[in-house]
Design a protein. Structure first.
Length: 245
């Protein structure tokens, strides 16, 4: 009599293929070991686009570098032990697209910004998003997106420094989800001045029989819209029309 052991090894599960943040040429691959190991040590064969990349992987994670940006890859993980191959799992993942190159950031008026950029990407599914982030607290980021090479950002605040960054967004077939580009080109620009949008603050009036002394504070910083160079002060006698000082 003789006995023969048969591999009863199951398949890996929960295969995850994702690009790490900030990288255009990498993919992280993770999976979960089979629930049924057959009582033996399990290793893995890992294939990328049908090419064997790891023949005796002992861990359930790997990271690949040197890949092509904005490209979909097919990954296959096969579990095996000393008795042979077990089950396998297959999935796809996409690397991040390159960020566009910003060639010009120009205010068209005190509240509007024109951003021009270029990209070498050939994937027609690419969309481009730019965000203007104010350096002054209390203001809101302004963002827009386009499939062209020029974008207008509106409703910015006059005479405020904005940091403008642009990214590419891939929604290519098989990517599984929207993927932002690996990096963002940053540009800092100050918007032009405009007339103040808020009044002076904390007006104080001291009266005597023959004079009136006034003092006040400038408008809130976000409402100054530039450098305050002077104030118009008007007074109106109770029995006459207004006069300007």
């Amino acid at each position: 009599p003789y006995s023969m052991r048969v591999s009863n090894l199951g398949a890996p599960t929960n295969l995850m293929i994702s690009p790490p943040s900030g990288s255009c040429d990498q993919l992280m691959v993770n999976w979960t070991a089979p629930s049924n190991t057959g009582g033996l040590q399990v290793k893995y064969k890992v294939y990328r686009n049908s090419t064997l990349r790891h023949s005796k992987r002992a861990t359930t994670t790997t990271t690949w570098s040197g890949l092509t940006a904005n490209t979909q890859y097919t990954v296959r993980v096969v579990a095996f032990n000393d008795l042979g191959d077990g089950g396998e799992v297959t999935g796809t993942g996409r690397t991040r697209p390159q960020a566009p190159t910003v060639s010009d950031v120009t205010p068209t008026n005190s509240t509007q910004l024109s951003v021009t950029f270029s990209t070498s990407a050939v994937d027609l599914s690419l969309q481009f998003k730019c965000t203007a982030r104010p350096e002054l607290s209390g203001l809101t980021n302004r963002a827009g997106s386009t499939t062209g090479s020029r974008l207008i950002l509106n409703d910015l605040s006059p005479y405020v420094n904005y940091t403008v960054g642009c990214t590419s967004i891939s929604t290519g077939s098989g990517s599984g989800s929207v993927i932002n580009s690996c990096s963002s080109t940053m540009n800092t620009i100050r918007m032009p001045e405009s007339a103040p949008s808020g009044p002076p603050l904390n007006l104080d009036v001291i009266r005597t029989n023959t004079s009136v002394t006034l003092s006040w504070d400038p408008p809130e910083e976000k409402d100054r819209n530039g450098i305050i160079t002077g104030y118009d002060v008007k007074y109106k006698p109770t029995d006459d029309s207004a006069e300007e000082i």
